[in-house]
Each structure stands twice: as C-alpha cells, then as structure tokens.
Design a protein around this ligand. Sequence first.
Ligand code: PMP
Length: 437
Amino acid sequence: SIPPFVHVPKPYTGISGAEIMEKRKQFLGSSLYHFYKTPVNIVEGKMQYLYDENGKRYLDAIAGIVTVSCGHCHPDVVDAIVNQTKLLQHASTVYLHHAIAEYAEAMASKMPGDLKVVYFVNSGTEANELAMLMARLYSGNLSMVGLRNAYHGGSTGAMGLTALNTWKYPIPQGEIHHVVNPDPYHGSFGSDPLPYARELQDHIHYGTAGNVAGFIAETFQGAGGAVELAPGYLKLAYEIIRKAGGVCIADEVQSGFGRTGSHYWGFETQGVVPDIVTMAKGIGNGLPLAAVVTTTEIANVLAAKIIFNTFGGNPVCSAGGHAVLKVLDREKRQEQCASVGTHLLERLRAIQQKHEIIGDVRGRGLMVGVEFVKDRVEKTPATVETGLLFEKLKDLGVLVGKGGLHGNVFRIKPPMCFTKEDADFLVDTLDYAIDTM
Ligand code: PMP
C-alpha cells in the first residue's frame, strides 16, 4: 500500500537532469562513484519524500546520508533558519550572540556525565580532527587507535582514522592504529566481545609504545555497512584504553539524536560514557554544522591557544541546530524510531526467509542494514546484484543508501518522521524488486 500523496510539487523551471550531469562532469570536482546509472534530478523535498523534475515522488530512506533528521524542509527548522538569516547571518565568535550560547546550553543538557563543553565546527571531519587533537594534547601521547571498517572523515588526520580502503589515499597519516572491529556477522568471534577486546589489548602491547592518546569508534559503523558493534565491546575497550592512558571518543556523526530508538546517543546502547563525543549530519537537518562535546578538564588543554573557527556555530546554524533539538523532542521522534524500526526489521526478516540473496538484516531503530550475498555460508558479496537492486528501487520510487567495503549493503536510515506505512512500502518494493530481478 502506497501512502497517500501529501504534497504537490511546484512546477520545475530549472535546467534538465541531462544538462546538470554535463555540467557536473565539466565543472565539479566531486566523484561520480555514488551516482545512479540514470541519475535523478531532485528538485524538492518534503519531510520523508523527495521529488524529481517531473514531479515523481521518491520515498527517501537514506536522508541525504543520515543527515535530514527532522524531515526535508521541516517548517520549524526552515523558520528558524530564515528568521535568523534575516536578522544576522554572520558576525564572528569574538562578539556575543545569543543563538550560539543558548544552543550550546541545550546541547549540553542532552549529554550524560561531565560532557558539558561544546565546540561547534562545520563537518564531521573537522569534529574528529579536533577530537584527535584534544586526545593527544590531554593524554600527552601520540598513538590513536580506531577500528577496522570505520569511517571518520576525509582530511589528512580524519582519513587516517578511517579504515576502509575505498576512502583512503596513501599519504602520511601518522601514528594511527586500527584493530579488528567486533562485527557480529563477519567477525571471526561472532558477537562475543571478549576476544575482540583481547585483540585491542594485544595491539596496544605489541603494536604501540604501550601508552595511547585515544580510541575512536562509531557504535554503529555507517559507511562500513551498518554494522552494530558486538554488545559489551565498548565497555571492555574503554577500560583497556583508559588503562593505557588514552581518552575515549564516540563518533556519533550518524547514530545520535535518538535514531537508535532505544537511546538518544549510540554509545548509550553499550552503557558507556565517552570522554569526547563528535557529532554532525543529523545535528542540523542538512545545515553545515557539527560539534565536539567534552569535559571541562579535557577542554582546558585547549585554553593555551586560540581555537578559532570562522563559521563554527554561526548564528544561522545555531538557530537551525537548536530548532532540530526541539523538533525531535516535541515530535517524539526517538520513540517513533523505536517502533517503526522494530516493524521495519520484522518485515525485512520476514522477506529474508524467502530470498537467499539477503544474507543479513541488522540494526536498531532507524539505522538498518540489509546485506546481499551470493551464498549464505561463504557470505560472498553480491555486489553487482546490490547495484541492480539499488537502481531498480530508485526507479520504483525508493531511495536507499549503499555501504560496506564491497558496496553490497543497503543502508536504510531515513528521516526520523518515517512511518510504518513507509516501512511497508519500502519492504514491499524491495520484495518485488528481488522477485523480478
Ligand atoms: N564520521 C562518520 C561516522 C561519518 O559517517 C562521516 C560522514 N560520512 C564523518 C565522520 C565525516 O563527516 P563529514 O562528511 O561531515 O565530514
């Protein structure tokens, strides 16, 4: 059952998709890797739906890569942005402005423990760079430890933390180590966290000088293919890291703001409190906004020099980000992620019984992964088939994300206003697409 049309898109008067493609090829430096074979020209967005130049509607199940948390053009977020833009678009953080101060206070109120000092930056990459700097300065150590299959950004340092060769260039990235990620589906130790934690301890013993600066992990590896770390792992890992003199960084760029359904932050699903939290994407519903939150004690190490970021926490982004926090609370989106996510997982697991190609269905809340394999024993990636399904779903009006080193995982991380009817439409469409492949 397709949910009723709730929005009539405005007639499109811009240039055609083919012309845009031509201009992209000629003038834009970004890679065409993620493109559909027949790309869509998205011209309008309304909550969980996107519209192309012909007014065709798409159910957006990836939210601009886990970014549009409240929904496309959510009216309250738009109003906050427009109103602030009309008053004051930018000054500088050397002046006082109420928007950044009120927003920082609201953000701090969402954090557990002593995590009360907020730094606003512009992207997840920058947030992780700053977190790594804090860890190194605070600990007095150099070695950073991360997990295999992680994505933490694309600048030199953040790319160093990333551990997926699709995103890495061989440039000097300096004293960054990667240990085995506790992946319940692919990992040699299944979902037992202990052997993975031992591997981390061994790596510190044998692969570093013994003391580390910090450890960074996504509780739910996103670009790596929607992998939830084995339960219990972070508790063990944090203990090991703290004993080795390091601080623990949670990369919440994808998993924060209630998306897991069960908790506001992804790390809370593992019962840990990090020393530094980085966030981006869903924080601003699409605004270029990100943040690092830490304790006063760690923040003090940055007091010796000026930490200046021209755009970080500018009035418009602060007003928009603050509106996001309020909207998600008022509209009870965390609860919605929990109930819709449970329904979505149940429905996906039901069609998994029928389709051999679906090797794994995993996730929590509205952070779901569907892994396509050639055979369920060897788990050989069905990369080509995933690509065909990805394209076919788009033609049928459903947009999902792709992930994993081999590109054989569908990532379903829609705007948090996604409903049970949307989940049914997605699953019915996927079922049909596989049946008719
Ligand atoms: N961390 C994670 C977990 C991410 O998914 C991303 C972006 N895919 C980043 C960091 C980097 O964020 P940005 O693209 O905003 O620099």
